[in-house]
Design a protein around this ligand. Structure first.
Ligand code: UFG
Length: 341
């Protein structure tokens, strides 16, 4: 059984990926500092898979702790590195917190890997690296433009750090997955997205409004140059996104990669507006959402969606679930978590 380290494995995308890894026959070891997740997530993973992954509470930005932790684990086949801070707005007010954590943790992992025999790394990148692209949909060759936030910049710099390190290190291989907007929850509703405090992201805000925790959803702007005036994103079911990690990992483990560093878009290839998301949520759940249109949110781009042809062909990764499936699963998770019948 191949042993995979999953950093940030108790987080939103990390936990769903752990489930898919276990279901695909991998042994999962989670490293997380629990700064934005809870230890109970391990119970959720166990309920779904029957297996509670081994867990280490480690600050990966600390080089010594990182090396000591990796030293205790034998026969590692690869690392999937999710652990990072991800609140775009907070990164603007606390840039050093983001640079320090997101970059140091990556550097420590790469440095550890240079001295060890396991050579496969999957990195969580983001479509934020494209900014507001001039041409849509975006391909992996679309230009990278200056990031709007320190958070986005950490993703761009991280990709460069990985590229440079791979180029100078024999045998080291990596794949960066550029995620579009992950939403939804595992079909069992045992794990899902659990933002701390007021959600920043659209779908948790919708489900918390439907659950009565938030009074009203604000739709940020209806004066964009889009068919209904609201902004467009490519929303991918988190389970589909999680499965893309298995394809990427298998590609590295089986030496199917074309070059030692590869990048793939992971989205659905379809854009939906904020109003389409709201309408679809109302349709699949039968719940009327209380919402109002307000001004645009600073820093938001108008529209983006992925060209997925390269990842579909090379990763054999294709999304299976619809926007409605994803929104219903998000609602089922919210209901279960809040004990709503
Ligand atoms: N939106 C609302 N109301 C809300 C929240 C969001 O109208 O309460 C709108 C936003 O203005 C945007 C769309 O819903 O048009 C999606 O917003 P999200 O905050 O859910 O997602 P973003 O596209 O802004 O950002 C997400 C992640 C980032 C990541 C980025 C690109 O939050 O971490 O995708 O990958 F960098």
């Amino acid at each position: 059984m191949k042993k995979i380290i999953v950093t940030g494995g108790t987080g939103y995308i990390g936990s769903h990926t752990c489930v898919e890894l276990i279901n695909s026959g991998f042994e999962v070891i989670i490293i997380d500092d629990l700064s934005n997740s809870t230890i109970e997530v391990l119970d959720g993973i166990k309920k779904i898979t029957g297996i509670k992954p081994e867990f280490y509470k480690i600050d990966l930005a600390n080089a010594k702790e990182t090396l000591r932790c990796f030293d205790t684990i034998n026969n590692i086949s690869g690392v999937i590195h999710f652990a990072a801070y991800k609140a775009v707005g907070e990164s603007v007010s606390l840039p050093l917190k983001y640079y320090k954590n997101n970059l140091n943790s990556l550097i420590n992992i790469l440095e550890t890997m240079q001295g060890k025999s396991f050579k496969n790394l999957i990195f969580s990148s983001s479509c934020t690296v494209y900014g507001q692209a001039e041409k849509l949909p975006v391909t992996e060759q679309s230009p990278i433009i200056k990031a709007d936030s320190p958070y986005g910049n950490t993703k761009q710099i991280s990709e460069e750090i990985i590229y440079d390190t791979i180029n100078s290190t024999e045998n080291l291989k990596a794949i960066s997955l550029r995620y579009f907007n992950p939403i939804g929850a595992h079909e069992s509703a045992e794990i899902g997205e659990l933002p701390i405090g007021e959600p920043n992201n659209l779908v948790p805000y919708i489900t918390q409004t439907a659950a009565g925790i938030r009074k009203q959803l604000r739709i940020f702007g209806n004066d964009y140059n889009t068919p209904d005036g609201t902004a467009i994103r490519d929303y991918i079911h988190v389970t589909d996104l999680a499965k893309a990690h298995i394809s990427a990992l298998s590609r590295l483990v089986n030496n199917e990669n074309k070059t030692n560093y590869e990048v793939f878009n992971i989205g659905t290839g379809k854009g939906d507006s904020v109003l389409e998301v709201v309408n679809t949520f109302e349709k699949v759940t039968g719940i009327k959402l209380n919402y109002k249109i307000v001004n645009r949110r600073p820093g938001d781009i108008e529209q983006i969606w992925a060209d997925t042809s390269y990842s579909e062909k090379n990763l054999r990764s294709k999304t299976e679930k619809s926007l409605g499936d994803a929104l219903l699963s998000a609602w089922n998770w919210e209901k279960k978590y809040r004990n709503i019948t």
